[in-house]
Design a protein around this ligand. Structure first.
Ligand SMILES: O=c1ccn([C@@H]2O[C@H](COP(=O)(O)O)[C@@H](O)[C@H]2O)c(=O)[nH]1
Length: 234
């Protein structure tokens, strides 16, 4: 039986300054949020930065969205497991075989294996952008298609927008995790995100985890903003 997970906010640490990120992290508790390290911080500060967060007791989502041939991706997710991260991801458009090999590469880590999830359609993309890629499906249909492929490959869940959460929960079941960026509290700037939703509505729609970056990290008082978001979805 699955347990209810109360730490639903994954803070996207997208900083170009390691000390600024660590100063923020030191004001947080691993009991109130998880942390996401993406391409910017990993490229600047590398595995050592990730290890510091793991050593501070945080669950870390390593959001490097691997997209390569199966052998390379399998080795990359194993390297992420060695760092002790809680979750790692690949692009579902890398294909079934790539996702299957990645999952297989994590088997040897047993219970310590990170959750493996797949990015479907980036939350910064809308119908017009899909068309420019030659994809004629709606974002929702493309997300469902790729999420089914990820489930067939044995992955633990997908990155999607909260706008697709209800449909995905209905078609893929409650255990398949939905990790949703593009979360915007009322009144906050959408920026480059296209498929957005508020934290409360996203949870109601079926999101398991909310990825939130700028609305927290660029707030006047990021710690207070996190507390307000946590209270709004409790
Ligand atoms: O489809 C996706 C996949 C990943 N992301 C990442 O999430 C955060 C969102 O940050 P905000 O500042 O809240 O927009 C960012 O790190 C992205 O790389 C995503 O937005 N959409």
């Amino acid at each position: 039986m699955s347990q209810i997970d109360s730490k639903k906010v994954l803070i996207a640490l997208d900083y170009d300054n390691e000390q600024a990120a660590l100063n923020f992290v030191k004001q947080l508790s691993p009991s109130e949020c998880r942390l996401k390290v993406g391409k910017e911080m990993f490229t600047y500060f590398g595995p050592q930065f990730v290890k510091q967060l793991v050593d501070l007791g945080f669950d870390v989502f390593l959001d490097l969205k691997f997209h390569d041939i199966p052998n390379t991706v399998a080795k990359a997710v194993a390297a992420a497991a060695e760092l002790g991260v809680w979750m790692v991801n690949v692009h579902a458009s890398g294909g079934l075989e790539m996702m299957q090999k990645a999952k297989l590469a994590l088997e040897k880590y047993g219970e310590k294996a990170p959750l493996l999830i797949a990015v479907t359609v980036l939350t910064s993309m809308d119908q017009a952008q899909l068309l420019r890629l030659g994809i004629e499906k709606t974002p929702q249909d493309q997300v469902v298609y790729l999420a089914k492929l990820a489930q067939e490959a044995g992955l633990d869940g997908v990155v999607c927008s909260a706008q697709e959460a209800k449909t995905l929960k209905m078609s893929l079941g409650g255990e398949f995790k939905l990790i949703t960026p593009g979360i915007r509290p009322l009144g906050s700037d959408a920026g480059d995100q296209k498929r957005i939703m508020t934290p409360q509505k996203a949870i109601a729609a079926g999101s398991d985890y909310l990825v939130i970056g700028r609305p927290i990290t660029q707030a006047d008082d990021p710690v207070k903003t996190l507390a307000e978001i946590n209270a709004s979805i409790a």
